[in-house]
Design a protein around this ligand. Structure first.
Ligand code: FDA
Length: 305
């Protein structure tokens, strides 16, 4: 019953007042500023993790916005290098103008990729809704020709993913493999959780078999265990794959992986444009009802598991 209630509440997240969304989602976001993100990366590093920093924001419609985003990423890369922090960056193509002008977006991403390369950093290109999948993969292929420090994301639930990974493998592009967070039509994406898990494992097996450096991005304990079996099956060393998790989610699993000697990268979002990201996080949080109720009566809770 409580689970049913949680699920029902999750569907009402878009109706929640922004201050409540902000409060309950605070643990998923480093803070408003780059300094907050760097502090989080430092804390994660002390706990044995590496990071990937993401400036929040997506789906921009005006050309000035990506220019500001680009400047912010340059500064983030410079400071990560200056302070010798173990982290790269993650970027969303629609934050760099993909929905406005593809060439403009490519040029913006080229500049960030070059800045990242100059400072020895990795740049992961996040994957957004399926209407952007082809354009995003094309961008990754094009960027990777000049900048090998670029990686892609593949969403296991998308029906096209087995084909997409083959072209990434041909160019030896690193892949972050996740289930996929966006609502998609059944014609585009698997809907059944068990089928998505199996698709994930098949894709991971193929990536690792082909020698791809894969980011195993999941908080699903079952899936993490099966993924480890695949890693062992291929006899991989610890520097041939990594686990990836979102800040504030499933920290006990994260600690177990670190204790087991696996590299774990944590996604560290920051910035003032927190609303869309927070909504997605809350809609996935199974204990959202408790968190919101306590927030409404002015108490905080730690629903981390
Ligand atoms: P699942 O959803 O089954 O979650 C496993 C467990 O974690 C469950 O018990 C669940 O309740 C719990 N959990 C999940 N979210 C929680 C939360 N917010 N609070 C508390 N518990 C929570 N997607 C995408 O489409 N494009 C992308 O570029 C990325 N990038 C990305 C980077 C990284 C580092 C990660 C870890 C994930 C992504 N994702 C993503 C998101 C991904 O596609 C997926 O939606 C989430 O990781 C949830 O799927 P899981 O595999 O964790 O399983």
């Amino acid at each position: 019953m409580p689970r049913l209630f949680d699920r029902a509440l999750a569907s009402t997240v878009p109706l929640l007042p922004r201050p409540i969304v902000r409060k309950v989602s605070a643990r998923y976001i480093a803070g408003d500023t780059l300094t907050d993100a760097l502090t989080t990366v430092r804390r994660l590093s002390a706990a044995g993790c590496v990071g990937t920093v993401d400036l929040l924001g997506e789906h921009v419609t005006r050309r000035e916005q990506p220019l500001a985003t680009k400047a912010a990423y340059r500064e983030a890369i410079r400071r990560l290098a200056e302070e010798n922090l173990p982290a790269g960056v993650s970027v969303k193509p629609t934050a760099f103008g993909l929905a406005v002008d593809r060439e403009f977006c490519l040029q913006n991403l080229r500049e960030i990729a070059a800045a990242a390369a100059e400072h020895g950093r990795f740049m992961r290109v996040d994957m957004e809704e399926s209407e952007y999948t082809t354009a995003t993969l094309d961008l990754v292929h094009e960027l990777h020709r000049d900048h090998p420090n670029i990686g892609a994301v593949i969403q296991a639930r998308l029906r096209r993913s087995p084909v997409d990974i083959e072209s990434l493998l041909r160019e030896r592009i690193s892949v972050r493999l996740c289930k996929g967070i966006y609502q998609e039509a059944p014609s585009e994406a698997l809907q059944d959780p068990d089928q998505i898990r199996l698709a994930y494992l098949r894709l991971l097996d193929r990536l690792l078999e082909a020698g791809c450096y894969a980011g195993i991005a999941t908080h699903d304990r079952w899936l993490a265990e099966r993924s480890l079996e695949i890693v062992r099956h291929h006899g991989l060393d610890r520097d041939q794959y990594e686990f990836q998790m979102l800040m504030g989610v499933a920290e006990p699993l994260r600690r177990r992986l670190v204790a087991g000697g696996h590299r774990v990268r944590v996604y560290v979002p920051y910035g003032g444009d927190w609303y869309a990201y927070s909504r997605r996080r809350l809609q996935e949080n199974p204990q959202i009802a408790t968190a919101i109720a306590l927030s409404l009566i002015g108490r905080t809770t730690d629903t981390r598991r």
